[in-house]
Every structure is written in C-alpha cells, then in structure tokens.
Design a protein around this ligand. Structure first.
Ligand SMILES: CC(C)(COP(=O)(O)OP(=O)(O)OC[C@H]1O[C@@H](n2cnc3c(N)ncnc32)[C@H](O)[C@@H]1OP(=O)(O)O)[C@@H](O)C(=O)NCCC(=O)NCCSC(=O)C[C@H](O)C(=O)O
Ligand SMILES: [Mg+2]
Length: 291
C-alpha cells in the first residue's frame, strides 16, 4: 500500500550552505530539496556534494529528502547521480527537462547505479518545450520503470525562457500552471508550484499559495524558512473543510444512504464523487496531523 506523504511545503536548500543544511532537518517543512543546481556556483559544485553527504550522516528528521542534480549535459550531471546513489535520497529532481526520453534515460541510469526502486524521479517543468510536451512527459509515469512521481514548476526559468513578465496574480502564467496540474492528475502524479522570490512579502506569498491551492497544486516550493508555516497552513484542509468532510462521510455512512448514488446534503446535491473528495480531504488532514 502506498503511504500518502504531504508535500505542502518543499524547501530548497543550497547544497553548499552547511548552516542551512543543518537547519533544514529542524524546520517544519514536509520536503527538503537539496540543491546541487542553480543555487550552487560552478566553483562550489564539488564542495556542495561533500556538505550534503555530511548532513546525510546526521539526517534530515522525518522529512522527504530530494536532491536536485545538474542536468546530464553539464560537467556535473553524471557525478551528481553517482553521488545520489551513495546517499540514497527519496527522490532525484532533474532540471530543464523538455521531453519524456530524458526521464526514461535517467531511470535506466538509476537502475544501473542500483538505486533502490523507492528512490523516485521528480522533474522540473521549466522550459517552453516542457510546457508544450507536458502530457507526454507526465505519461511516462504509466510505466513503473520510469520512477516518475512528481512535477515541480520552475516558474523563474519559465519566466526567463518565455519572456513573460513577472506580474502580481500571474494571469500570464495561468494556462501553463493549469495544464501542468491536469497532466499531473491524468497520470496520478504529485505537483508542486514554483517559488515566490520576495522573501519579505508575506502577504503576496500567502496570496500566491492560495492561488496554487485553488489551482489544485499539492504544495509550493519555497526558498526561505519564513515561508513554511504559511504554506503548511494553506495547503492543509481548513477546520471548516474538515468538519464538512466528516459530516458528509457520516451522512453517506447512515444505513438508509448506504446504497444511494445521489443525496441532498445541507441544501446541496452530493454524489459519491463528493464522498471520495471528502475522504481525500480527511486523508490529507490526517497526514498533516489535523484530525
Ligand atoms: C535567499 C537566501 C540566500 C537568503 O539567505 P539569508 O540572507 O541567509 O537569509 P536569512 O538571514 O533570513 O536566514 C535566516 C536563517 O534561516 C536560514 N536559511 C535561510 N534560507 C534557508 C533555506 N533555504 N534553507 C534552510 N535554512 C535557510 C539561514 O541559514 C539563517 O539561519 P541561522 O543563521 O541559523 O539563523 C536563502 O534563503 C537561500 O539560499 N534560499 C534558497 C535559494 C535556493 O535554493 N534557490 C534555488 C532554488 S529556486 C529555483 O531554482 C526555482 C526553479 O528552478 C525555477 O526556475 O523557478
Ligand atoms: Mg530553474
């Protein structure tokens, strides 16, 4: 049975920052993404692997631990994967993926390196071609050999590559955000929203998190510890949502409703699909220790 893991908050930690790595395990984030890619300068790439290896010896608490490697076309990509095989993270996050074949090639490399099947592949969605190919990229998850389990939006790179402006409300990014969510759901993948760069703007950050919740994302990638609590709160079901879900489940469980397909509940039509949604809400709440 697959255990549900909450991924409300996924904090990037530069692999070369020993102090931040040490702090990461103590924070309330669901996921830590140890970065060997863009947060680490070319001069610090080797040192970053050493820093991460040292912190693996001490552990990262109960967090899901993901390593973002450099792409296969870079001077560090291959060695990053050999390094991952030595520390065995929960997932390897691969950047700048534009097509499905990159995922399958990586999966074969992880097999060759004898990485346990429990080590999954996460992929960044951050190139214009990835947006155009997103259904195809996500579809590789139908093959268990692909190891693919999560899509991660790279909105900074998307803004750079497409030349859209970074504007409040992200109206110009909504088509690719919602298409990526649809691709994730079509192939039963988790999906995380991109980062919010303005560390001091808590209000803007909360608005963007709420937008991501409304669009169906499972969580948000973060760059600073100050963003964790807001993300955890907004990506958890609210007290009202939990109470509604509990009442709906109890309503369907009443003997007289046991074999009904459609019912009237609190003045609204509800079907069994709403029961499924309520059960999912309660599962997320349980995972987030809210019930
Ligand atoms: C942005 C930062 C460089 C700011 O760092 P700093 O000035 O040190 O912040 P503070 O002084 O406010 O830090 C307070 C304490 O918190 C620790 N800290 C800060 N950030 C992190 C972190 N990410 N993880 C763990 N701990 C962190 C500091 O060490 C301080 O601790 P202490 O000294 O004990 O009090 C910095 O926040 C940072 O580097 N953030 C991550 C940047 C990053 O990883 N960027 C790459 C990923 S984003 C991306 O690439 C998205 C995607 O690919 C795309 O295209 O969109
Ligand atoms: Mg990026």
């Amino acid at each position: 049975m697959t255990v549900f893991r909450p991924r409300r908050s996924a904090l990037y930690v530069p692999g070369s920052n020993a102090r931040a790595l040490a702090k990461a395990g103590e924070l309330g984030t669901d996921v830590v993404i140890l970065d060997l890619e863009d947060a680490v300068s070319p001069q610090a790439k080797l040192e970053a692997r050493d820093c991460i290896a040292k912190q693996f010896e001490k552990g990262f608490g109960d967090k899901e631990v993901v390593i973002r490697v450099n792409g296969a076309e870079t001077p560090w990509g291959e060695e990053d994967l050999t390094f991952c095989a030595s520390v065995k993270p929960d997932a390897v996050l691969v950047p700048k993926v534009s097509n499905a074949s990159t995922i399958m090639t990586l999966a074969r490399t992880l097999d060759r390196l004898a990485m346990p099947q429990t080590t999954r592949i996460w992929t960044m969605v951050e190139t214009p071609l990835a947006i155009l190919n997103i259904a195809n990229i996500a579809s590789v998850a139908q093959d268990p050999a692909s190891r693919l389990s999560c899509l991660v939006m790279g909105t900074n790179d998307l803004i750079k590559e497409t030349r859209v402006r970074s504007i409040p409300g992200r109206a110009n990014q909504l088509p690719w955000l919602s298409t990526s969510v649809a691709a994730a759901r079509a192939y039963d993948l988790a999906i995380l929203d991109g980062v919010y760069n303005k560390i001091d703007d808590q209000e803007g950050f909360a608005e963007e998190c709420q937008q991501a919740v409304d669009f169906g994302f499972d969580g948000k990638t973060l760059i600073h510890p100050s963003q964790i609590e807001v993300a955890n709160t907004l990506f958890s079901p609210s007290d009202n949502e939990i109470a509604y879900a509990q009442a709906l489940v109890a309503f369907f469980e009443q003997p007289e409703n046991a074999d009904k397909g459609v019912l009237s509940f609190n003045g609204q039509m509800v079907e069994r699909l709403h029961l499924e949604m309520a059960r999912r809400t309660l599962m997320i709440a349980r995972a987030a220790s809210r019930v």
